[in-house]
Each structure stands twice: as structure tokens, then as C-alpha cells.
Ligand binder design. Structure first.
Ligand code: GLP
Length: 244
């Protein structure tokens, strides 16, 4: 769906998420949401906060799993995705702290593999993701699944692409401060979500969006694997849609 303005698209997506949460509430079930960081989902989170404050949307039945985290990364660092998620969403809603899951960037390297398997298991034990929210990186990454990530990949430690490091430099003052690695859900983890919503705003995303939507399905553009998913919404503004 192409919106004139990013803000309109963000509101529409937030309302869809709210509808899912309310539907699950009526059934007495949990809504299991896969969440993303970066600038793309901020408008969605702002509208969800507004719905919580002004339209009594409760998140007490919501369980969240975030896509990724830099590695290594302490949760109280300004650049951590733990910090981001609390600032942008969790501190402003009534989600239960025990229902929040974000990959742990503090683990010693010898515990990472087991931890990643545990993260996958936790998602499965909650019944899988009802909805996964995504942005897209200029390398075509979803989460931190950089080019070369296989369609069956699961949660794991990855190396960041040089272009991703350049793009992240704005948050870390200098490029050399950007961690070289990250923990990320795999493409396979994302593909298991029952519904996927990918957001892309601005002209900077136009080229990669075209490759993702209209290009060949290939691990050179991991987001192109979404073409094979039965329930994907690609929500963009007119700038990101420029090359479609
Ligand atoms: C980071 C995140 C991705 C995100 C991407 C795009 O690399 N790990 O999940 O989609 O940035 O960021 P933005 O939304 O700021 O363009």
C-alpha cells in the first residue's frame, strides 16, 4: 500500500496491530508481536501509545519478541535496542516486563549459540508470531539478515555489512564505534510469522524496495524472500515507491 505520507501509513499499521490485540483479548488469548527498531516503526509506536492513553488500548495480553540487537551491547547504552524499545514504546504502555523479549547483547560468546536456540524456542512456546513488523536496510536486510542469509536461517550471531555499519554510524558518532556484529532472528524465523508488515519511508529506500518487491528472489537481497510469504503487507510512502 502506498500512502502519500509516512504518518498516514504508520497510523494505519498501528490500527491493524491494535485490532489484532483487541481480537486476541476478546478470545482471552495473548497477541505475540515481533517488533523492529530503527526509524521506520517510530510512527507506529507513537500511535500505539496514543491508543493506549486515549482509547484504553491495553497491552497486558501482548508478548513481544524483538528482531535483533547489536553484539556486544549493554542494555543501558543509548544505542542499544533495549534502550530504544523502552524509550519509544515499552515505558509508555502497560506491557508486562516479563512479556518483553529482546536478544541479549551482553552474553559471553560461548553462550550465544545456546541462547539463540532458546530465543527460537521461546517464540515457538508462545505459539509463534502473530505479526512481525519489519523495516528494511539499504543492503536488503530484514532484522540484521544481511546478503547471504539463507531462507531457513534462524536466530544467530551475524557480521554486519559495511553499508549497514556506515548507516548505523549516525547513532554511534563514529563509524569505528559501531559493533561489527549483531544477534538477529533469522529469515526463517521471520518467515514463520503468520503476518508480516514491512515499512519503508523516504526516497533512500526506493532502490532497495524495488529490488525487494520486483526483483529476483535471492539471498543477495534477503528481503526478497518475503515474496514467498502468503501474508505480507508492504506499507510505503510515495517517496519509497518512486521506483516501483
Ligand atoms: C537496522 C535494523 C533493522 C532496520 C534497519 C532500517 O539495521 N536492525 O531492523 O530495519 O536498521 O532502519 P531505519 O528504519 O532507520 O531505516
Amino acid at each position: 500500500t502506498i500512502f502519500e505520507e509516512a504518518a498516514e501509513g504508520a497510523v494505519r499499521v498501528a490500527h491493524e496491530i491494535a485490532e489484532l490485540i483487541r481480537r486476541k483479548q476478546r478470545l482471552g488469548e495473548q497477541a505475540v508481536l515481533g517488533l523492529a527498531t530503527g526509524s521506520s516503526p517510530i510512527g507506529v509506536y507513537q500511535e500505539l501509545i496514543r491508543l493506549h492513553r486515549q482509547e484504553s488500548l491495553s497491552f497486558r495480553n501482548v508478548v513481544t519478541f524483538n528482531l535483533d540487537e547489536y553484539y556486544p551491547m549493554e542494555p543501558d547504552e543509548l544505542q542499544s535496542y533495549v534502550y530504544f524499545m523502552h524509550e519509544q514504546l515499552f515505558n509508555h504502555i502497560d506491557i508486562l516486563p516479563e512479556n518483553i523479549h529482546i536478544p541479549d547483547g551482553t552474553l559471553p560468546i560461548d553462550r550465544v549459540k545456546e541462547y539463540c536456540q532458546h530465543y527460537e524456542k521461546q517464540i515457538d512456546e508462545c505459539g509463534g508470531l502473530d505479526m512481525q513488523l519489519l523495516g528494511i536496510g539499504r543492503t536488503g536486510h530484514i532484522g540484521f539478515n544481511e546478503p547471504g542469509s539463507s531462507i531457513n536461517s534462524t536466530t544467530r550471531l551475524v557480521k554486519l555489512d559495511p553499508l549497514t555499519i556506515t548507516d548505523a554510524a549516525k547513532d554511534f558518532i563514529k563509524e569505528e564505534f559501531v559493533p561489527l556484529r549483531a544477534l538477529t532472528m533469522g529469515v526463517g524465523t521471520i518467515m514463520k510469522a503468520r503476518k508480516i508488515i514491512l515499512l519503508a519511508w523516504g526516497e533512500g529506500k526506493a532502490k532497495i524496495l524495488k529490488e525487494m518487491v520486483e526483483g529476483r528472489v535471492s539471498d543477495e537481497v534477503p528481503a526478497s524472500f518475503l515474496q514467498l510469504h502468503p501474508q505480507v503487507a508492504v506499507v510505503v510512502d510515495r517517496w519509497a515507491a518512486l521506483e516501483l
